[in-house]
Write a protein that binds this ligand. Sequence first.
Ligand SMILES: NC(=O)c1ccc[n+]([C@@H]2O[C@H](COP(=O)([O-])OP(=O)(O)OC[C@H]3O[C@@H](n4cnc5c(N)ncnc54)[C@H](O)[C@@H]3O)[C@@H](O)[C@H]2O)c1
Ligand SMILES: [Zn+2]
Ligand SMILES: [Zn+2]
Length: 393
Amino acid sequence: MRPLRLACQPIKTGLRRYAPICWLRPLGMVVKVGINRARESAAKMKALVFNGPRDIRYESFADPELRSANSAILKVESCSICGSDLHMYHGAHIGKTEYGADSLKFCTGHEFIGEVVEAGGDVHGFKVGDKVLAAGGTGCGTCSFCMTGRASECAVSTAFGIGPVLQGGQAEYVCVPNADDTLHSTEGLTTEQALLLTDGMATAYFGLTRADPQPGGNVAIVGLGPIGLIGVELAFLLGASQVIAIDPVASRREMAEKLGATTFAPGPDLQAQVLEATGGKGAQSVFEASGAKGAINAVLPLTARRGTASFVGIPEPDDALPLPLIMFKNITVRGGICDVTNMWPHLVPLVQSGRMKANALFSHNFDLSDGAEAYRLFDSRDEGVLKLRIDVN
Ligand SMILES: NC(=O)c1ccc[n+]([C@@H]2O[C@H](COP(=O)([O-])OP(=O)(O)OC[C@H]3O[C@@H](n4cnc5c(N)ncnc54)[C@H](O)[C@@H]3O)[C@@H](O)[C@H]2O)c1
Ligand SMILES: [Zn+2]
Ligand SMILES: [Zn+2]
């Protein structure tokens, strides 16, 4: 929408690139606020703050304020770490943003649930006291993309907590713009189910379905972090007769086997192993859920002729796919950023009805004050370490 573009001005974020820093509802507009008295006394909250690669600190950070009339402020109850947080933790890239020691500080985290403690006058679907989960990112809420469930294509779309444009929710409080579209009630959901619905489960459904799985067909999943493992369960739920699951970590492969998958470790024999397991044809639907170079490069050789490969792992800027393989095997290739809210109508009923279990994905619990250790452990991918729940007490 033209007014949006005019209102947006690129500003230097300190992340070595320019990023949009506006929301459709301009920051200056009058906001009607339902103030929660408990928040008035605290000028500064505690949060996990990005201080540079491998340097996440639990420290004081300015309390968030309503940034527009369509925003809400949440008192965060629980949050978790996503594989995407590791890209900035490693000083790598998310899109064009490069994370270095000279980056501006910001609150991390785009997977969080909590209670609404303030709501702007244009928030109609939620009120103070409501328990909610938030999508991992949001858009303006009113452009044609946002209105059709494609917020990831919105001109001002961004995830929470990947830069100072939109502070994250690994914090005591977080401001959620475009609240009506970005929040969902947690009623009927456990804390862990709600956390998974903020991003990981939605991304698994998004990436898997874009690999065109067929009832009775076979699916290969490359990368068995939380997203890939959820993908294994979803693939069977959607009717796959065979799921091949690939990851270097033995405990992650064991979890996939418990769900019924055939597993392999990556390595020089992988293509031959997958061909043998699929009668020489390869996998019809391949879902890449890793982002590691080795995983990305493994996908097309495993994909059957006329198969579909779907990528959600965040690549580095120089990652590329070999066009001749795509061409001569007639492979359909898809990649994309998940529109989380668009997945909820499919997933929330599956979870609430008990059809989608996503059991045993959370391996450890932390308090927010131990967030730095939570990051270190999640990054280690040690045997037995998977999804981490961080509670904000
Ligand atoms: N596109 C989106 O909308 C979206 C949303 C959320 C997350 N992501 C991305 O999804 C990816 C997965 O995230 P996650 O939260 O599941 O955790 P994660 O990053 O820990 O999972 C990655 C997994 O890949 C495995 N791996 C490493 N090298 C491999 C190889 N050569 N072959 C196979 N597997 C290999 C790791 O052992 C790990 O289990 C990340 O890149 C994350 O940024 C994308
Ligand atoms: Zn994420
Ligand atoms: Zn928009």
